[in-house]
Design a protein around this ligand. Structure first.
Ligand code: FAD
Length: 412
């Protein structure tokens, strides 16, 4: 029986299926995922799960009964291997097929692998799934130290968790600062200081040149500078790659992810993509972008689910992201890449501040450390194209919501 088939059972896949149902889609809905777990939360994998604050069962987003009640068939442990656009069929491993009227590709992203010889020896780990996290947690228990390759979000979150567990942590970062592509220099150096205060050693401007191993297990990594770091556990966090091969093989337009419009629709009218595997034009980024965040996955998939049910609300959220490291709740809204002015609100040394970024006096992004209220206001300001002055942004006594209220009043 045809209907909606969704490949990938994580944030984007589940959201697309649920939204389509809630918006009145009446045909069968099937979500197929190659994982054996019920859909689960990913952000805690590098944080509370490693810290033993959250058990596996508490990560599960929705239980089986929920899907049954919602009229969504969940097929676990099956990989989609081919999309046949002409016959509207998805082939699964094990030789079965699913017929579809509409298809959502929500296959997410995978970890970029370390491109040196012996990178697949025992003890070189990646963190993308609950299975990876269970393995990493067990390995962390057995070791006193860990080397982390990559000062991005996942690497730094694992660094924070491992340091909190009392491990000796060394981070190797090829760039000159942490999270270079994602956050501004000011917040980047703040985070560096926090990590160093927790005993984490950070080596900037260096890369892994080779891996030493014995009996198939890593014993050390050798850096391009010649430094040798003894290691029996290495976590590699050097970015993600879109899982868009299925779409490519089906002849869909892909460029760092499946290219989709504001409704998550690919060039084929009945095939959609959302989440980490999709690339869309984002007016706030002023360009095409593939985002890896929970908010993006859910919001984009919601637009796709609505379109599948015949309702059209374009996806045009301001990009946002969060990361928890130690007591630092870092939140970002907008993209600060090309700012020409900035204003700092609140005490940096007190660990409670926001940085407002402007281009030609227009607010384009706000990064906050432990100031969630600023984020809420900033999201609405940026979405509505409104900007405080530099003075208002800096002045903690100035209520940013006043600007929003004034604009609402002017509209009525
Ligand atoms: C450790 C970690 C921490 C994170 N922390 C944060 C955070 O703090 N804040 C934040 O906003 N984001 C965070 N993220 C990112 C966030 O989890 C992702 O952006 C989000 O999960 C993307 O959802 P998705 O549904 O697009 O893809 P994914 O979550 O990648 O899911 C895709 C699913 O599709 C399955 N799949 C792939 N190919 C096939 C196939 N051929 N057949 C069947 N199934 C297939 C995959 O196995 C997977 O289950 C974190 C990610 C990780 C790994």
């Amino acid at each position: 029986m045809s209907g909606l088939v969704v490949i990938g059972g994580s944030y984007a896949g589940i959201q697309a299926a649920l939204t389509a149902r809630e918006a009145g889609y009446t045909k069968p809905v099937t979500v197929v995922t190659d994982e054996h777990w019920l859909p689960y939360e990913k952000p805690p994998l590098s944080k509370d799960f490693l810290l033993n604050k959250m058990a596996e069962q508490n990560l599960i987003l929705r239980d089986k009964a929920f899907f049954d009640i919602s009229g969504i068939e969940l097929v676990l442990g099956n990989q989609a291997t081919e999309i046949d656009r002409r016959d509207r069929r998805v082939a699964l491993d094990g030789d079965s097929t699913l017929q579809f009227d509409e298809l959502v590709i929500a296959t997410g992203s995978r970890a970029r692998r370390l491109a040196v010889a012996d990178a697949e020896v025992e003890g070189i780990c990646y963190l993308r799934s609950l299975t990876d996290a269970v393995d990493l947690k067990a390995r962390l228990k057995r070791t006193a130290e860990i080397v982390i390759v990559g000062g991005g979000f996942i690497g730094l979150e694992v660094a924070a968790s491992a340091a909190k567990l009392g491990k000796k942590v060394t981070v190797v970062e090829s760039g000159s600062r942490l999270l270079e592509r994602a956050i501004s220099p000011l917040v980047s150096s703040y985070l560096r200081d926090v990590h160093q205060q927790h005993g984490v050693e950070i080596r900037f401007g260096d890369i892994v040149a080779s891996i030493e191993s014995q009996h198939g297990r890593v014993t050390a990594i050798v850096l391009a500078s010649g430094t040798k770091l003894r290691a029996d556990l290495v976590l590699v966090g050097i970015g993600g790659i879109a899982n868009d091969e299925l779409a490519r093989r089906a002849g869909l337009n892909c460029a760092n992810g499946v290219v989709v419009d504001a409704h998550g629709r690919s060039e084929a009218t009945n095939i959609f993509a959302a989440g980490d595997c999709a690339n869309h034009y984002n007016r706030f980024a002023e360009g095409w972008i593939r985002l890896e965040s929970v908010h993006n996955a859910q919001d984009q998939a919601r637009a796709a689910g609505l379109a599948i049910a015949g309702q059209y609300e374009p996806y045009e959220s301001v990009p946002r992201f969060w990361s928890d490291q130690y007591d630092v709740k870092l939140q970002m809204v907008g993209l600060c890449g090309r700012f020409d002015q900035m204003a700092v609100r609140g005490p940096v040394e007190g660990g409670r501040f926001s940085v407002f970024y402007f281009r030609q006096s227009k607010l384009i992004a706000v990064e906050s450390v432990n100031r969630p209220g600023d984020q809420m206001a900033a999201r609405r300001l940026i979405a509505n194209g409104m900007s405080p002055s530099l003075e208002q942004a800096t002045d903690e006594s100035f209520d940013l919501k006043v600007l929003l209220k004034a604009a609402e009043k002017a509209r009525t």
